[in-house]
Design a protein around this ligand. Structure first.
Ligand SMILES: NC(=O)c1ccc[n+]([C@@H]2O[C@H](COP(=O)([O-])OP(=O)(O)OC[C@H]3O[C@@H](n4cnc5c(N)ncnc54)[C@H](O)[C@@H]3O)[C@@H](O)[C@H]2O)c1
Length: 319
């Protein structure tokens, strides 16, 4: 039986990954400072631990076939645009502790969850972003401290690989979304925030949109992301690889898709005082298609339908 540790197993992607790896027959250990909020963990063993402490990491990490580094202090634009020092401090310490101990233990292979936020700001100034290619990350100039930490940890992973022989896989996730992701409280991302606002709106209503709504992004549904992670871990590819969708949508378009799903007539009120991040961000999937024969299967309409229904049911449950 293959063994895996998932750090951040109490979070959105980590909790889904635990379910996914269990179905593949793995023995899964989850580690996080909190349990999953919305469903019971699928992990065989779940440890509550703060990975910023090297002694805690030493105590709980053990030799497994695969370590998935998903633990991070993170959130949507509202959170990452104004918590730089805390984010860099926490995430760099977590990742340095994990890599150091992985090399000592000779863990079979380590997966690092990097981000599209690692790409330079100047490549994302237009809404018409035709897709960020992996090699465009350099010369580095991310627009947030969160992105700089991702670049730093990517490089640290590569140094461990090159000099100490640690096997690594690095994915740059582009806006992963789906049920059981944070949808309120300040750390939520745009798909979940807009689903919540529309679910709470009346049949005919107006919602607040951050920025002018013309900013563009691509969104990848969680099930596609999990397939991508798995394929990457089974491959020998050891450089950063995009895992995302290459279908660009404006925030305005996303509001319209969700409103249609909700069967509501929603107009938009633009709040230009809120952070909107880069102007346009898209994934170029040429390399991952060629390397792993992976591309996302679930359309944004299908993915948002599942996400909206889940958020709507959560809100009704909590009334
Ligand atoms: N969701 C996305 O769209 C996206 C995009 C790009 C990159 N990523 C990366 O993927 C990973 C997972 O993201 P997610 O969306 O599941 O986020 P999430 O916030 O839902 O999960 C992260 C988990 O890490 C845990 N954590 C934070 N600090 C910790 C600590 N000190 N010790 C132990 N656990 C700690 C949190 O409690 C949380 O459960 C992160 O590294 C994130 O940066 C996600």
């Amino acid at each position: 039986m293959k063994t895996a540790i998932i750090t951040g197993a109490g979070g959105f992607i980590g909790s889904h990954l635990a379910k996914f790896l269990k179905k593949k027959g793995y023995f899964v250990t989850g580690i996080d400072i909190k349990k999953p909020e919305f469903s019971k963990t699928a992990a065989d063993k779940f440890i509550i631990a703060d990975l910023r402490d090297p002694k805690i990491v030493k105590k709980h990490l053990y030799k497994v076939d695969e370590l998935y580094m998903l633990a991070a202090d993170m959130g949507g634009m509202g959170f990452i645009s104004c918590n730089g020092p805390q984010i860099v401090h926490n995430n760099a310490i977590i990742n340095l502790n994990l890599l150091h101990r992985s090399a000592e233990l000779r863990i079979g292979k380590v997966f690092f969850s990097s981000s599209a936020c690692a790409y330079p700001e100047e490549k994302q100034l237009s809404t018409k972003n035709s897709g960020l290619k992996e090699q465009e990350a350099y010369p580095a100039n991310p627009d947030t401290a969160y992105g700089w930490e991702k670049i730093f940890t990517e490089q640290t992973c590569m140094a461990y690989h090159k000099e100490l022989g640690l096997k690594i896989a690095i994915a740059r996730f582009h806006n992963i979304y789906g049920p059981e992701g944070t949808y309120e409280g300040g750390r939520e991302k745009s798909p979940a925030a807009l689903c919540r606002k529309i679910a709470m709106a009346k049949k005919t209503d107006s919602i607040n949109v951050w920025g002018d709504g013309k900013q563009t992004r691509s969104y990848c549904y969680i099930d596609d992301c999990l397939e991508g992670i798995f394929k990457l871990m089974q491959s020998d590819y050891d450089m950063p690889l995009n895992i995302g969708s290459d279908r660009l949508v404006t925030i305005n378009k996303m509001v319209d898709i969700i409103a249609k799903i909700a069967k509501k007539k929603i107009s938009k009120h633009y709040d230009l005082s809120k952070p909107q991040g880069v102007r346009g961000r898209n994934s170029d999937n040429t390399l991952i298609k060629k390397t792993l024969e992976w591309s996302p299967k679930i359309t944004i309409e299908e993915g948002l339908e599942k996400t909206y229904k889940w958020i709507d049911s959560q809100l009704k449950k909590n009334k």
